[in-house]
Write a protein that binds this ligand. Structure first.
Ligand code: ADP
Length: 220
């Protein structure tokens, strides 16, 4: 078994989603214990992760033996096999893992995961679909929404803001959004100040209520 250290994360299921989670955690400097029942998948990850184990995670005793109860955080990235996903979350909550994250395929799966003891349910496809809807129209270059209806977007500066300071264009009082930063082609990101003059080609980083930010990004 792998000794859980502060910051170490258990990742269960090394499919596309779990694999990306494990990869990023390692890159961010975290210790990862990854488990997958598929021997070929475990084999293919052996050189990239320090701790990869082949096991069926629906079995509480197996998890106990692996020292899973010592982990503070777990990500259950089993998607397609809903039964295995739920059984795994149930086993982790029986072992009192304090922070269980689980990927859901859809709403019903998500609700079951919550009932079973998942503390955070992630809907990667729904979330990405929503993001793409915002990006595909070309009005937003990037879009992040927080779960309380608040968003940050990167968008082209609207015409009315060009060649004026942010104080002069008064975007906050007109549109209810706050310009946080400005990205000018070939220069570094800068924090927005009242005296910042917006130039053609500038991209604005804007925060505010999602609907206000969406409306702002749609301006010509
Ligand atoms: P993705 O869509 O992100 O690729 P999948 O659901 O296809 O996700 O992959 C989930 C991974 O979880 C697979 O590699 C599969 O082998 C693994 N897995 C499925 N059931 C279990 C289980 N009971 N125990 C451990 N790993 C499992």
């Amino acid at each position: 078994s792998v000794a859980a250290t502060p910051g170490s994360v258990l990742v269960i299921g090394l499919g596309r989603f779990g694999g990306a989670v494990a990869d990023s955690l390692v890159r961010l400097g975290h210790e990862v214990l990854a488990i997958d029942e598929d021997a070929a998948i475990v084999q293919s990850w052996a050189t990239r992760l320090t701790h990869v184990v082949q096991a069926d995670t629906t079995n509480v005793d197996t998890l106990k033996r692996l020292g899973v109860g010592e982990f503070e955080r777990a990500v259950v990235a089993i998607g397609t096999d809903i039964e295995a996903s739920l059984m795994t979350v149930l086993a982790l909550s029986e072992l009192r893992v304090p922070d269980i994250w689980a990927k859901a395929l859809g709403d019903k799966h998500g609700r079951l995961l919550e009932r079973t003891g998942a503390h955070h349910v992630i809907y990667p496809e729904a979330a990405m679909g929503e993001r793409v809807a915002h990006l595909v129209t070309g009005q937003m270059i990037d879009f992040i929404e927080f779960d309380d209806g608040f968003a940050i977007v990167k968008t082209r500066a609207p015409k009315e803001s060009l060649n004026r300071t942010l104080a002069e264009s008064a975007l906050r009082s007109k549109y209810g959004v706050t310009v946080v930063g400005v990205k000018r082609p070939r220069t570094d990101f800068t924090y927005a100040r009242p005296e910042t003059v917006i130039q053609p080609g500038d991209l604005l980083i804007v925060s505010g209520a999602t609907n206000l930010v969406e409306r702002f990004a749609a301006l010509e």
